[in-house]
Design a protein around this ligand. Structure first.
Ligand code: ARG
Length: 465
């Protein structure tokens, strides 16, 4: 039987079901590197402050490094009875060096220890995720460059609305991803705050140096209130919220890829490497990757709600409820990282079908707004122009014609001020080219936008840049 650190106070041994129920080792073992890094800094600080001797600190450091190697190589045996990663490592340390190992936990609690581990872990993951977002953005920018001149219908209400550059559509996602990266970057300042030294909740009687441990761990800031340091999980909530927004963004593109790969749209063809077949219908090529990205958005949003509800109403300071922060956090980290990477690969290799986009430019009266704008240049108030063009569209639809297939005489029935130069305004290319307003879809605006993005991402522009 494993002797618990609190065995001094207890008469009975822990019920097996309780041991099982309270243990977090099965999932918090992924924090072993962070836990050991924190302990190394703590041991050095204790020696520096004369709380343990330099020789003792050295022994602890050496043993902890050996334990880390064993964990690294998979040799270490994790036992549920050790409850969590902190106790598993401490027990291994004591088993190795005896009495000296029993000194490490001086002036520390698992409460500040676990908060530190999660902060170290998350700081690293945020950087990894941000790098993955940068790769995704590069894939999007390369597609935009490759298909720079391609025009597609832009939609509102999923109804064809106005022609836009496909590159403009892609760059809309780039804006979202850029903000996603910015949010992650800004959150780092709040993640990199060391809680070590808060101890259980009230600080400690020892003359510790929290600034020194923070420096050792590369954290700029040190906690300001010991109660808050052990009970704050805002930094996790914030990350879960940012991650949920990332997934919402990805799911929108995923939905478009699902839609665009249908026979009805046909705007894209999914690469075989990113699709799957059906076990019964031999002809099928299914968009499982974007579907799963769309689907996994649910669990990531759920993880945010999960921890929000867990934290709601928790009295100060540490409560065991907070152990429930890890599974949603780890699940979100794993899920979002995978989705961002997969979407990057998919976006890089998806086949764009400009001819299908082009075919979809017919039939939707996509340049009706241009005709109204044209009439405004002839002095017609916009509301009146809107009405006149509405009637013209109704007429064209009844005739089964495009606006540009009507004669000037026919158009003049509804819009008397229209002249022959109106046909120039009905051309799809001209419609796009005229939208030169800031942030608009005109090729010159989109070229500027793409160039800016390429510069931000360290991409050399291709032809036409
Ligand atoms: N496994 C715990 C957690 O993840 C560590 C902190 C335990 N603290 C305590 N007072 N029981 O939150």
């Amino acid at each position: 039987m494993v002797k618990k650190p609190w065995s001094g106070r207890f008469e009975e041994k822990t019920e097996a079901a309780v041991e099982e129920f309270t243990a977090s080792l099965s999932f918090d073992r992924r924090l072993y590197r962070q836990d050991i890094a924190g302990s190394l800094a703590h041991a050095r600080m204790l020696a520096r402050q004369g709380i343990i001797s330099p020789a003792e600190a050295e022994q602890i450091v050496k043993a902890l490094e050996e334990i880390r190697l064993k964990m690294e190589s998979g040799e270490f045996v994790f036992e549920t009875a050790k409850e969590d990663i902190h106790m598993a490592i401490e027990a291994a340390l004591i088993a190795k060096i005896g009495e000296v190992g029993r000194k490490l936990h001086t002036a520390r609690s698992r409460n500040d220890q676990v908060a530190l581990d999660v902060r170290l872990y998350l700081a690293q993951e945020v950087e990894t995720l941000s790098a993955a977002l940068a790769d995704l953005r590069r894939a999007g920018a390369r597609q935009a460059r490759r298909h720079f001149g391609v025009i597609m219908p832009g939609y509102t209400h999923l109804q064809r609305a106005q022609p836009i550059l496909f590159a403009h559509h892609l760059l809309a996602y780039d804006e979202m991803w850029r903000r996603d990266q910015a949010r992650l970057g800004e959150s780092l300042a709040r993640i990199r705050v060391s809680p070590l030294g808060a101890a259980a909740l009230a600080g400690t009687t020892f003359t510790i140096d929290p600034r020194y441990t923070a420096d050792q761990l590369g954290f700029k800031e040190v906690f300001r209130n010991s109660l808050d340091a052990v009970s704050d999980r805002d930094f996790v909530l914030e990350f879960l919220a940012h991650a949920a927004i990332i997934m919402v963004h990805l799911s929108r593109l995923a939905e478009e890829l699902v839609l665009w790969s249908t026979a009805e749209f046909g705007f894209v063809e999914l690469p075989d490497a990113y699709a799957t077949g059906s076990s019964i219908m031999p002809q099928k090529k299914n968009p499982d990757v974007p579907e799963l990205i769309r689907g996994k958005c649910g669990r990531v949003c759920g993880n945010l709600l999960n921890l929000l509800v867990t934290c709601k109403g928790l009295p100060l300071a540490y409560n065991r409820d907070l152990q429930e922060d890890k599974e949603p956090l780890f699940d979100t980290v794993d899920t979002v990282k995978a989705c961002v990477k997969l979407m990057g690969g998919l976006l890089e290799s998806v086949k764009i079908r400009p001819e299908r986009m082009s075919a979809a430019l017919r039939g939707g009266f996509l340049t009706a707004t241009d005709l109204a704008d044209y009439l405004v240049t002839k002095g017609v108030p916009f509301r009146t122009a809107h009405e006149q063009v509405g009637q013209t569209v109704r007429f064209a639809e009844a005739q089964g014609k495009e606006l540009w297939e009507l004669s000037l005489v026919e158009i003049n029935k509804f819009a008397p001020l229209a002249e022959a130069d109106l046909f120039d305004w009905l051309k799809i290319e001209n419609s796009v080219a005229r939208r030169r307003s800031p942030g608009g879809t005109a090729p010159e605006r989109v070229a500027e936008a793409l160039k800016r993005v390429e510069e931000e991402l360290g991409l050399g522009g291709g032809p036409g840049s």
